[in-house]
Design a protein around this ligand. Structure first.
Ligand code: ASP
Length: 331
């Protein structure tokens, strides 16, 4: 297996942050407040939002055999999409306020090509439909009924995605019908995943059922290029989780990649992107956003507004989940 190691170009200020952040007590198999850049930069690697070790394992298996980052991303995301117990992705995702499960996803390859589906219903694997949009159509985004019809034409089988568990949760919610973003809902939200394969090429993907009990028709950041995901094979990649409206308004993933292009480490770029959101929102205490990023050398970074965000990395044969550093230390 071809592997290369790189010396980290972490700046003195970010070393300070890392030292402050490195309190590594273990809880539920997750390490606490770890700066992701402490992992020796190398590739292949996969990094994902939240504690999704089975997903990163599936992605790693593709990478370890010499497979392409794009295939690793698709396989990794599919694991969580098929998990009916997870209520934020794929089957079992929490519905909108009318009780409809609507899914958003996108995927991006090393050539800078991109495919996405928004407001997709009845199809369990939006990440794979997004890839088909990228590879089989002249378009980059398909929405709603058109996306579903396209998926069926490509051989995807329609099925009811609203599980009993999610239906019960929605029915309970309808008693108050109070819409409020929930920070770190069930400690597991959108799956954003970035990978570097043995050739050193990057790809990324993002898949979600969006915010629970959203308005019908609402689309978040996850399927929108530059917001929920951006990949530039010369520089790096980034992806987001959390309140999509704030990620959209700051074009967060593109911002992170551009900051890395200007010389920031992935960690510094994630912190700057979170800083922009916090600066613009007096009410930042009410919502969560988390970013992960990787650069071309295999250095990674992650940062969120609040405690509770979890990242999983699979690198150096080590599949590990931990809490990255975060902004709001006041609570
Ligand atoms: N970012 C997703 C959205 O806004 C939701 C999430 O990650 O919690 O749709």
């Amino acid at each position: 297996m071809k592997r290369r190691k790189f010396i980290q170009n972490t700046s003195i200020s970010s070393l300070g942050i890392m030292a402050g952040a490195a309190s590594l007590s273990c809880k539920d198999g997750e390490k606490e407040n770890q700066s992701v850049t402490e992992v020796t930069p190398t590739w292949p690697l996969v990094v994902a939002t939240w504690n999704v070790k089975e997903s990163t394992q599936a992605a790693w298996e593709v990478l370890n055999k010499g497979g392409a980052a794009l295939d690793a991303i698709e396989q990794g995301c599919r694991v969580e999409e098929a998990n009916a117990d997870g209520q934020s992705v794929g089957i079992g995702g929490l519905p909108d306020r009318d009780g409809n499960v609507t899914l958003d996803a996108c995927i991006m390859n090393k050539e800078g090509n991109y495919g996405a589906v928004v407001y997709l219903q009845n199809i369990k694997h939006p990440i794979s439909v997004a890839r088909k949009v990228m590879e089989e159509t002249p378009h980059v985004i398909l929405a709603g009924k058109g996306a579903e019809q396209f998926a069926i034409s490509q051989g995807f089988i329609p099925e009811d995605l609203l599980t009993e568990k999610s239906k019960k949760a929605w029915e309970a919610w309808t008693k108050t019908s109070e819409y409020k973003p929930i920070i770190n809902i069930e400690n597991h939200d959108t799956i954003g995943m970035l990978a570097i394969d043995q050739n050193g090429d990057l790809a990324g993907g993002c898949t979600t059922s969006g915010l629970a009990y959203k308005m019908a028709g609402r689309v978040g950041d996850s399927p929108i290029i530059g917001s929920g995901l951006f990949v530039d094979n010369e520089i790096g990649a980034a992806t987001a989780t959390g309140l999509g409206e704030e990620v959209l308004k700051t074009v967060g993933s593109f911002l992170i990649v551009e900051l890395m292009r200007q010389g920031m480490t992935p960690q510094q770029a994630c912190e700057e992107a979170i800083g922009r959101i916090v600066q613009k929102n007096e009410n930042f205490e009410d919502f969560q956003v988390g970013y992960i990023a990787v650069n071309k050398k295999g250095e990674t970074g992650a940062y969120s507004i609040h405690d509770g965000f979890v990242v999983t990395t699979y690198v150096n044969d080590n599949n590990e989940s931990f809490k990255p550093d975060y902004f709001n230390k006041s609570t």
